[in-house]
Design a protein around this ligand. Sequence first.
Ligand SMILES: *Cc1c(COP(=O)(O)O)cnc(C)c1O
Length: 259
Amino acid sequence: MGENYGLSHDEEYATALTVADFRTNIAEVDERIAATAARSGRERSEIELLPVSKTVPQERIRLAVEAGCHKLGENKVQEAHRKSHEMADLDIDWAVIGHLQSNKAKEVAKFASEFQALDRLKVARALDRRLQGEGRSLDVYVQVNTSAEDSKFGMPPEELLGFLRAVREFDTLRVQGLMTLAIFSSDVERVRPCFRMLAELREQARETDPDLIGAGRLSMGMSGDFEVAVEEGSNCVRVGQAIFGKRSVPDSHYWPENG
Ligand SMILES: *Cc1c(COP(=O)(O)O)cnc(C)c1O
C-alpha cells in the first residue's frame, strides 16, 4: 500500500496556542483530506471537516474561531452547553457527538444544531418531545457500532433498518446519515472494515428505502484515521487533536471500557 496514514493514537500533537497555529493545523488537515479525496476520485466538497473542541478552554477556542471554525464538535453535553453560553457572543454551531442519556435531551434541544450519536429510541423520543417544546428541529446522525467492541457506543448493525423506520415518526429529528467510531488500532486493515461496514449499511438502507436515511452522509474518521475514512467514503471527519493539540484527558474518559 505504501501510504503513510499517520495512524497513531499516541501521536504527539502540538498544542495550538495562537491563531496562526490554528490556521496551520487546519490547513494541514485540510490538505490531507483534499489529497486523499483526489486520489480516491472524490470531490473535496463532499467532506466536512468538523473540529472537535472537547476539553479545550474557551480562550483557545476563541482563537480557533478567529482562524475560521464556526461549527464545533463536543463529546459531552454539559461541557458543550456551558461553552455555548461562554461564547454566546460568537457565531458557532454546536454539534454534540458523544453518547447521550435521555435525561440530558432537554439541554441538547436548547442549543445544539446537530447530534451525531443517536442510538436509542428512548433518546429519540426524549429529544423529539424537548425539541417540540423549544420549537426547534435537530440534524441527527445514527451511531452504529461497527467494531463489535462493547466499549463503543452505537447500535448493533442488524438493528439499524428497524431503527431508521421508527425514527421517521419524529418530525423534529432530521436524519442526515450514519456515524461510527472505528476500532482504535494503528493497523489500517483493522480500522478500514469498520468504515466499510458503515458505507455498506448506508447502501442497504438506501436500497430498502431512500427516504430512510436523508442525505445519507457518513460521519467517520478522527485525527488518527481520517484518511482511511475519506477513502471509504466519509462525508464528515471529526478531528480534535490534529487541530487543537494533544488532550491530557485520556480517551478512556470518553469510552470508559476502552482504558
Ligand atoms: C474526541 C472525539 C473525536 C476526535 O478525536 P481526535 O482524536 O481528537 O481527533 C471524534 N469523535 C468523537 C465521538 C469524539 O469524542
